[in-house]
Design a protein around this ligand. Structure first.
Ligand SMILES: Cc1cc2nc3c(=O)[nH]c(=O)nc-3n(C[C@H](O)[C@H](O)[C@H](O)COP(=O)(O)O)c2cc1C
Length: 310
């Protein structure tokens, strides 16, 4: 067995690297390309019950320190997503994580039931998108009780399929959020979603660049926030964590793993580095383990918790 192989919520993965939701994850064929490039699992773009157009262009801005995006959760709806899941499962053995979002706990439950029927390996619950606040209000991920109700509704509908709740770093206490997820049956936690929202102004025109004015911040700028978030969640609960945010090289991935992540999501870096990044980071992780004399990635997981300095 490879030194990078892990089990996450009972799912066997050849590598801890996961394609994060929203980047290249709408169709079975694009997900398959990423899977073949070395991802241990791939996450689909979040889907809603009904199809959504999302926000008009420009909705993605690489600004130098990362990406600002206000895609607005455009997706083909539950039926379209279910067809892509079924097609992927027919043609690719790599684990597939579906991603869902909705406006109420009840709607999350209905959507989870439909998506579970298509047979994904895990359902990720997006309660933390910051760029649709004008439509959906403050994300569920800011309130432990609201988030717990969503987790419970999805768990009740998902049957035997494991459920991961995707949290935001922006809440009063990540420990309380994680505990609410655990109490309500979550099998894993994904952290973090994009931060912000943020705004970028074109000083030539004096106007915000994105059509939505604001968007979620991702990429290198948020890596230290993601590392801190994973560290706090690991201290609070013993659920598996898919640490996500700002990873673009093996050293970034190792930081999240040492903070306590079991797996590592990669999103924005693909805009600059392409899908070859998965193979590159896998090789970087293998080299690190070999040089340190570790026989598996599990040996370095949570290392940062070894001693809590005063
Ligand atoms: C263009 C874009 C679209 C995204 N869409 C989604 C989405 O549909 N659902 C979701 O849960 N997260 C979405 N995200 C957030 C990512 O999955 C990830 O949590 C975040 O970008 C931090 O990781 P990164 O810095 O590696 O991109 C999106 C991110 C980007 C850049």
């Amino acid at each position: 067995m490879s030194a990078l192989a892990i089990r996450l919520a009972g799912i066997a993965m050849e590598s801890p690297l996961v394609l994060a939701s929203g980047v290249l994850g709408t169709t079975a064929s694009s997900l398959r390309r990423v899977a073949l490039a070395g991802a241990g699992a791939v996450t689909m773009k979040s889907c809603s019950l009904q199809p959504r157009a999302g926000h008009p262009a420009p909705c993605i801005l690489p600004w130098g320190g990362g990406i600002l995006n206000a895609v607005g959760l455009s997706n083909p709806g539950a039926e379209g997503a279910a067809a892509e899941i079924a097609e992927f499962k027919r043609t690719c053995p790599v684990p597939l994580f579906a991603s869902i979002f909705a406006g109420s706990a009840e709607e999350f439950g209905r959507l989870a039931g439909r998506i579970a029927g298509a047979g994904p390996d895990l359902i990720e619950v997006n309660v933390s998108c910051p760029n649709v606040q004008s439509e959906f209000g403050i994300p569920f991920a800011a309130d432990p009780d609201a988030c717990g109700r969503v987790a419970r509704a999805v768990k009740d509908a998902a049957g035997s399929i494991p459920v991961s709740i995707k949290l935001s770093a922006q809440c009063a206490s990540l420990a309380r959020m994680a505990e609410a997820c655990q109490r309500n049956g979550a099998d894993a936690i994904t952290a973090i979603n994009t931060a912000g929202p943020g705004m970028w102004i074109d000083t030539g025109t004096g106007r915000p660049v994105l059509s939505n004015r604001v968007g979620g911040v991702s990429g290198p700028a948020i890596l230290p926030i993601a590392v801190r978030a994973v560290y706090e969640i690991r201290k609070a609960v013993d659920l598996p964590i898919i640490g996500t945010g700002g990873v673009s090289c093996a050293n970034d991935a190792l930081q999240l793993i040492m903070a306590g992540a079991d797996a590592v999501g990669i999103g924005s870096a693909i805009y600059g580095g392409g899908i070859g990044l998965f193979g590159e980071i896998n090789r970087g992780l293998e080299d690190f383990l070999k040089e340190g004399g570790y026989d598996s990635i599990g040996r370095v997981q949570g290392l940062a918790h070894r001693e809590d300095r005063p």
